[in-house]
Design a protein around this ligand. Sequence first.
Ligand SMILES: Cc1cc2nc3c(=O)[nH]c(=O)nc-3n(C[C@H](O)[C@H](O)[C@H](O)COP(=O)(O)OP(=O)(O)OC[C@H]3O[C@@H](n4cnc5c(N)ncnc54)[C@H](O)[C@@H]3O)c2cc1C
Length: 358
Amino acid sequence: MATFEPMIDSIIVGYGLAGFHMAWQMQQHQKTFLLVWDQSLKGASSKAAGVCNPTVLKRYTMAWNGIPFLNYAKTRYTNIEAQLNSPFFDTLPIHRIFTNEREQNDWIVASQREGLSAFLNPNLVPQTAPDLKNNAGYGIVEQLGKLKINPLLEQFKQTLGSKQYLNQVFDYSQLTPAKNGVSYKGIQAKRVIFCEGYASKANPWFNYLPLTGSKGEYLIIKAPQLARTQIIKGSIFISPLEEGLFWVGASFTREDKTATPTPQGKEWLLKKLNALLDTPYEVVLHQAAIRPTVIDRRPLLGAHPSFSNLFIFNGLGTRGVLMAPLLSQWLYDHIQEGKQIPNEVAINRFESYFSNPK
Ligand SMILES: Cc1cc2nc3c(=O)[nH]c(=O)nc-3n(C[C@H](O)[C@H](O)[C@H](O)COP(=O)(O)OP(=O)(O)OC[C@H]3O[C@@H](n4cnc5c(N)ncnc54)[C@H](O)[C@@H]3O)c2cc1C
């Protein structure tokens, strides 16, 4: 006699920060889910520095909704650490390096501004940092942290049972959306939540959305004499890893949509690094990824305009560590309780792209 799989709550496609936080959210509410992700497919999350920062240090402004995102993210990461019994979130400052007196003055002014004043310490450090070139001291950005993304995602995946994880690429041709749910390779679920990052360009249901994508290249360097535990922000970021290794990046380009590192990208990074660093180093790794950026630089959350059981959680072009926790809560509340998704991130802002495709 034929047996049938019971209906599960959600199929989650993709396992970067968006897929992880969606799965976490489901698990916390005892909702059943199946994660579909081929672990050889590395997205932007696996390459990111992991910095959790609500300030925009280039322009001295706050990121959109920065403080609510940060407060929610800190609580979420603290809970994750307690439940998985491992430290994944390091609280550590950024040292914003100045090259001249004007930049010092800009800092002092910015540190008085509403919002920013909670993060920019007004007492700048005027002494030249010894391991950096041509600098006029630095300012300290406080209350921030860095997430160890890959160890976290790996450890959470290990906790999943065999019915919660399919190690394969999601095959769109096998998905049948219906009125009450979806069917995928004989699995019945109430819905699918696509968390595919830039690869969503190939998704036949959501490729109408204006996901533009931007490539970022970065280096891992070994610099044994750079005894730093803080993140350095000059014209690029230098972020400490373990054992004398540092993450250095990142470049930003919209033209090239391949995740292949390029000689031009490396040259650009080395030029910035050599202008900043005054200590020997060697390059250990050079990699690239495509950030899932959106035309209006806001995330993408919501249900498909015609298939109400297909959802998307995407558009984390930057600040995925900061934003994904609260965004996953918003999407969960929308799905379970019908709460409205904030207009800034709801995909219905792009309704005309669906109804009048170019
Ligand atoms: C160089 C660089 C540095 C960055 N630094 C930071 C930083 O310090 N802090 C920060 O907050 N953000 C940073 N970012 C941005 C950050 O990477 C993103 O905000 C975030 O990682 C995006 O997460 P995501 O889950 O949406 O996408 P992704 O991480 O790309 O995850 C999507 C996953 O879905 C999988 N997938 C796609 N299609 C399918 C399919 N059909 N079947 C199965 N699986 C599929 C992909 O393989 C991928 O693993 C950085 C980005 C880059 C490129």
